[in-house]
Design a protein around this ligand. Structure first.
Ligand code: GDP
Ligand code: MG
Length: 163
């Protein structure tokens, strides 16, 4: 099986946009790999000679509203546990959020290599709250724009060697 890159982060930070960008070269959703659950979305990607699986989280539709937070936390943990490497996506425009800190705490305990992608950074230059994100203790924040593509190659140049 190919190495797994999990995309985690709170809702609306741009995980699915990044997923689409990282899997675009193949554009193939992995529908029925044995042992993979349906509440996360898997896709194949390739950069250079390196093939990988990308896992997107948060695409589920919970049956009951009050179950959302617990289900999201469960799904995020499950994705982290099965990943070889995690890309933790945060939002440059909203800045650090308490939920980011909760996810970061789980990530630090997970022992997985984590790369911190500060999304929606297009047009911000150095004006994103880098110090706040740095304080999460997950290494150097990498400004990216999943929508426009900037910074994604730089991010993946750090991620791929960790696979
Ligand atoms: P998810 O909930 O984490 O999967 O986030 P989505 O990928 O669905 O994106 C949430 C919203 O953020 C959508 O309206 C996207 O168009 C927007 N978005 C995603 N990436 C970027 C980006 O790089 N820049 C900007 N400005 N908006 C983005
Ligand atoms: Mg999504």
């Amino acid at each position: 099986m190919q190495p797994i890159i999990a995309l985690v982060g709170r809702p609306n930070v741009g995980k699915s946009t990044l997923f689409n960008r990282l899997t675009k070269s193949r554009d193939a959703l992995v529908a029925d790999l044995p042992g993979l659950t349906r509440d996360r979305q898997y896709g194949t990607g390739k950069m250079g000679e390196r093939a990988y699986l990308v896992v997107d989280t948060g695409g589920f539709e919970p049956e009951q509203k009050e179950g959302i937070v617990a289900e999201m936390a469960r799904q995020t943990r499950a994705a982290i546990d099965e990943a070889d490497v995690v890309i933790f996506v945060v939002d440059a425009r909203t800045g650090l959020h308490p939920e980011d800190e909760e996810i970061a705490a789980y990530l630090r305990r997970s022992g997985r290599p984590v790369f911190l992608a500060v999304n929606k950074a297009e047009g911000l230059g150095d004006q994103f709250p880098a110090a706040d994100f740095h304080a999460l203790g997950l290494g150097e924040p990498e400004p990216i724009s999943a929508a426009h593509g900037s910074g994604v190659a730089e991010l993946m140049a750090r991620v791929l060697p960790a696979l």
